[in-house]
Design a protein around this ligand. Structure first.
Ligand code: G6Q
Length: 557
């Protein structure tokens, strides 16, 4: 045994020449206005734009010059980004704290490819599971799979949380247009019984299939929900044998799946080299496959693969995930931005910001470097967002006139999936107008020229110079969705490499889980427990115990 860290222990980015140069450069250009950058370079709108595998990234409305980009790209090179990317694709154990490879890219690798891990090619394993998932999906979708009473399945409920929920629910919503409308899909994640209770409302147990999605099959919330769902089904169907017809599992843990009573023939596996938040195209995507069918699911995978190829092969200056990641570094570490807004102008992408919250913040919300030293620079921004145009009538006020610098990612499509009158041009006009307004604003003079009284003019002035990216694709297809998700996955790695952190572990979620396990008995015990918490937690527990036992008066109903 050695207590030496298994990580490469690279140099702090602060010591790199490009980082130092960026610091100097950021001071020099911090007051430069986008109005000036655009007027000095009439071709800026297309010069600072790049297209990769059908996704167009316009990054011209960012507070960057050619020199900024040169330095950011130099920083990527000094951090040996390409080497680290290759290490991931080659299956090296880059998740050092968990001693695991990071091979979500293998999940979308073409059959016939070879990705070796410990002397074995993992690609055939991926395709074997995929084929089983497809065969199962065909049986459910065609009605050939019968529930215990002989009826076909009409409702599918995915039970999972975190990475075993956010990907499936985001993908279902994003691809709802392509889904089989005969089936109802619901997603249960929260241990709050309201989630399961509302999901089960009006459903018939003999027409309902539960997918228990859990990599470990030990997660408290998921197992609590799965047991309650099992009791609900058993109560109606009255026979243990019914469980095999109404429960399937997605997991890496066959032993626990069998212990729960699910036939392991109905278990779809994956591997420890697939991180939860990177698992939506593993068997965790079973609900997506059931909803959209094998052909669309394969297109989704093809989209991921196209972006993987682009990331691996495109030169850094034309590489979408690299540019997106570097721009995020620029605002986060050199211009003092604390957050990033994700603003999709497509109602089907309504859960995309929530999905990206986990992807980015769980991956890069880290406080120590790969070799365990505290970082002395900011890591992940706070990620948030809502679909447009709704956000415009809510928080965009702060984006336009507030005191915070909020870089925005606008995402839009040229073709609608639901053409109706002039809805789509109105939607897209709003997207373009917002990034234009943020960048260029409206000067005090312009406001006055419109006849606004002097005292009101400051309130109606927009200083502008507020940065955004615009990500534009032709149409929201399964393939496009795959490209978009992979774009952000790889942007996360790009940032993680620059920050010299492990983007693939999540130790920060452990402590709260462990403390909850200690508090449950304090809340439930019949006798007064001896509380050994801090005074705040103990007082909260005491108050809960007294109020949860109080019978409401009849008048309160
Ligand atoms: C994601 C995390 C986390 C995980 C959930 C569910 O990267 O690891 O969100 O997905 O805690 O875990 P299980 O799939 O094991 O239930």
């Amino acid at each position: 045994m050695t207590d030496k860290s298994p990580s490469p222990g690279a140099q702090s980015p602060l010591e790199l020449p490009a980082w130092q140069a960026l610091l100097v450069h950021s001071r020099q250009i911090k007051d430069i206005h986008l109005r000036r950058l655009f007027s000095e370079d009439p071709a800026r709108g297309t010069r600072f734009a790049v297209e990769g595998c059908g996704i167009y990234l316009d990054y011209s409305k960012n507070r960057v010059t050619t020199e900024t980009l040169r330095l950011l790209l130099a920083l990527a090179a000094e951090c040996r980004l390409s080497e680290r990317v290759e290490a991931m694709f080659r299956g090296e154990r880059i998740n050092t704290t968990e001693k695991r490879a990071v091979l979500h890219v293998a999940l979308r690798s073409r059959r016939g490819n070879s990705i070796m891990l410990d002397g074995a090619n993992v690609v055939p394993w991926v395709h074997e599971v995929l084929e089983r998932m497809e065969a199962f999906a065909q049986r459910i979708r065609s009605g050939r799979w019968k529930g215990y009473t002989g009826k076909p399945i009409r409702n599918v409920i995915n039970i999972g949380i975190g990475g075993s929920d956010l990907g499936p629910v985001m993908a279902f919503e994003a691809l709802r247009h392509y889904s089989l409308r005969d089936l109802t899909f619901r997603f249960v994640s929260n241990v709050d019984a309201t989630d399961l209770t509302e999901a089960l409302r009006e459903l018939k147990p003999d027409e309902t299939l539960f997918i228990v999605s859990s990599k470990t099959f030990t997660t408290l919330e998921t197992m609590t929900n799965a047991r309650s769902a099992r009791a609900w089904a058993l109560q109606a169907l009255g026979d243990e044998r019914a469980i095999a017809r109404h429960f399937v599992a997605v997991s890496t843990n066959a032993q626990e799946v069998a212990a729960f009573g699910i036939d392991t023939a109905n278990m779809f596996g994956f591997w420890d080299w697939v991180g939860g938040r990177y698992s939506m195209n593993s068997a965790i995507g079973l609900s997506t496959l059931l909803a959209v069918g094998p052909e669309n699911f394969r297109s989704l995978l093809a989209g991921f693969r196209a972006m993987d190829e682009h990331y691996r092969t495109a030169p850094l200056e034309k590489n979408l995930p690299v540019l997106l990641g570097l721009l995020s570094i620029w605002y986060n570490n050199f211009l003092g931005a604390q957050t990033l807004a994700i603003l999709p102008y497509d109602q089907y992408l309504k859960r995309f910001p929530a999905y990206l919250q986990q992807l980015m913040m769980e991956s890069n919300g880290k406080g120590v470097t790969l070799d365990g030293n505290p970082v002395d620079y900011d890591t992940s921004p706070v990620v948030w967002g809502e679909p447009g145009t709704n956000g415009q009538h809510s928080f965009y006020q702060l984006l336009h006139q507030g005191t915070k610098l909020v870089p925005c990612d606008f995402i839009g499509f040229c073709q609608p999936l639901n053409p109706l009158g002039n809805h789509h041009p109105i939607l897209v006009a709003n997207l373009f107008a917002q990034s234009e307004a943020l960048a260029f604003g409206k000067t005090r003079e312009e406001v006055k020229e419109e006849g606004t009284e002097a005292w009101l003019a400051p309130h109606r002035t927009f200083e502008g110079n507020r940065p955004s990216n615009t990500i534009l694709a032709e149409r929201l297809t399964p393939e496009t969705l795959g490209k978009l998700v992979a774009l952000y996955e790889h942007s996360v790695l790009t940032q993680g490499v620059i920050w010299n952190i492990n983007s693939f572990d999540q130790w920060g979620v452990e402590l709260g889980k462990a403390l909850a396990q200690r508090i449950v008995p304090d809340l439930q015990s019949a006798g007064e427990p001896r509380l050994r918490h801090d005074s705040s937690t103990s007082a909260l527990i005491t108050r809960y115990r007294s109020q949860s036992r109080r019978k409401p008066d009849a008048s309160e109903f």
